[in-house]
Write a protein that binds this ligand. Structure first.
Ligand SMILES: [Fe+2]
Length: 341
């Protein structure tokens, strides 16, 4: 299916023209995510950013000198806010000098989750989702006439680097099409068809998948959301990833703690998930997980990836969980895609 088949111009552009644009700083063009021809060497990521709390973390994230800052959802908390009210809350972050400094040195991209999309655990039924999507694109600095604005849902592919040093970043939308667990699906079939086509067609040397909610956890209940609430879709994703040649890293947010998980896909290939949450509040509940590498991090945090392209045909990837309140590194791990389980 062609990408243009997902576009529904009239509906989305009606939202685009009815909602005031955020006032973007002069750095807006450098903050617009786009395909980059240069290799990705450092990528920072994080989630759960309550905009009413102090935003000191931007100075530490900017100091880590990333090429890319990637939001993993709950980027603001604006329960059931109108698009205009939501835009006002995003503007608080856009106005922060340290976030503007980050925007001058890094591209900015990412996904949303429930609290920035609509409200706690909401999905396909959220009435303001079209308007919410337009202010999300404004927040990421998308051009008012960027064709992505005509698509329903924020799923997309962004590629970094030349052939031989290429990373595909696949952003998934776990809100726009999400039905209630047990009553429907998570991604929706249009997004699934796009995802399968995108992954099987990838010529990248490494693939990163961003999805707001936890992928590999088997914990249910406690009010936690996760792909485990949609077991058939999670199995479908695992089976696709198992068929790919590339090493895969999934980035997630949402649960107010950080952890690194290395688990087998069908056939034994290693899959990594790194969760980083949250930037302004964390609790660090030690949920049981047999595939966790090291301990969880309960402090406020962001994640940092360093890609070493000099080590062979596949990048060496060094992952760390960084404090959001200091320059300290709280956890560090060199991703291992070769050892057997
Ligand atoms: Fe969330």
């Amino acid at each position: 299916m062609q990408r243009r088949d997902f576009f529904r111009g009239a509906t989305a552009m009606a939202f685009a023209t009815s909602i005031p644009q955020l006032t973007l700083s002069s750095t807006a063009s450098s903050m617009t995510p786009n395909i980059s021809s240069r290799p990705l060497r450092r990528m920072a990521f994080g989630s759960c950013n309550r905009q009413s709390r102090n935003q000191f973390h931007w100075r530490y994230i900017a100091s880590s000198q990333p090429d890319l800052w990637y939001w993993l959802g709950d980027n603001i908390y604006a329960e059931y806010a109108s698009p205009n009210e939501r835009a006002d809350q995003y503007q608080k972050i856009l106005n922060h000098p340290d976030y503007q400094r980050l925007g001058k040195l890094a591209r900015i991209s990412g996904v949303w989750d429930d609290h920035d999309y609509g409200g706690n655990n909401v999905g396909i039924d959220y009435e303001e989702k079209g308007g919410s999507q337009q202010v999300f694109w404004d927040f990421l600095g998308k051009d008012p006439f960027d064709p992505i604005r005509e698509q329903e849902g924020i799923f997309r592919l962004e590629s970094w680097g030349p052939e031989g040093q290429k990373i595909d970043i696949v952003s998934l939308d776990v809100r726009y099409f999400k039905e209630r667990p047990g009553q429907g699906g998570l991604l929706g079939e249009l997004q699934w068809q796009w995802l399968e086509e995108t992954l099987f067609a990838s010529t990248a040397d490494f693939i990163i998948i961003g999805t707001g909610i936890h992928l590999t956890s088997r914990i249910t209940g406690l009010g936690l959301e996760g792909w485990n609430q949609y077991p058939e879709e999670r199995r479908r994703l695992y089976e696709i990833l198992a068929q790919l040649d590339q090493d895969i890293l999934v980035l997630t947010g949402d649960r107010h703690m950080a952890e690194i998980i290395r688990r087998p896909l069908p056939g034994g290939k290693a899959l990594y998930e790194i969760m980083s949450s949250g930037l302004t509040h964390s609790v660090g509940v030690r949920l049981p997980e047999i595939y966790r590498v090291g301990d969880i991090v309960g402090e406020k945090n962001f994640g940092l990836l360093e890609f070493d392209w000099d080590s062979g045909s596949r990048p060496k990837v060094i992952a760390s969980i960084q404090s959001a309140e200091s320059v300290d590194s709280l956890s560090r791990h060199v991703l291992d895609y070769t050892s057997e389980f």
